[in-house]
Design a protein around this ligand. Structure first.
Ligand SMILES: [Zn+2]
Length: 127
């Protein structure tokens, strides 16, 4: 059974919230790395001031580097899930391997999940 509109709207909200959280985590990572390198000063005030106008090449590189982190990968998965949800809400929530429903409960716990629990277990036991 496909997900209802209400369930999709709920999952969209879940994904957006998680995305905001991941972005915040990555933003803090960037700021801390920069502040530590520039001055060695770990005062929190350093992180909050003048962050908006520092769109330098170095910062872009730092941003790219942060996407290699766990949060970065998580963010990527969340954005991928949002794209799937917007592009094709009818198949969002279908397992990418067997096409079965991933299940609303599983998606609630893990909104970016692409596989049903059975396929996930098979994959893990094969690895
Ligand atoms: Zn499956």
């Amino acid at each position: 059974m496909a997900l209802t509109k209400k369930q999709l709207a709920y999952l969209e909200k879940r994904l957006l919230n998680e995305r905001a959280r991941a972005l915040k985590a990555i933003g803090l990572f960037d700021k801390m790395a920069k502040a530590n390198r520039d001055s060695g000063d770990t005062d929190l005030a350093v992180y909050t001031d003048h962050m908006a106008d520092q769109g330098t090449e170095a910062q872009e590189r730092e941003k790219a580097a942060s996407f290699a982190t766990k949060e970065g990968r998580y963010l990527y998965r969340l954005e991928e899930a949002l794209r799937r949800l917007y592009n094709d809400p009818k198949t969002f929530g279908n397992c990418h391997t067997c096409g079965a429903d991933v299940g609303f409960e599983r998606l609630d716990a893990l909104p970016h999940a692409r596989y049903c629990i059975d396929c996930k277990r098979k994959e893990e036991s094969a690895a």
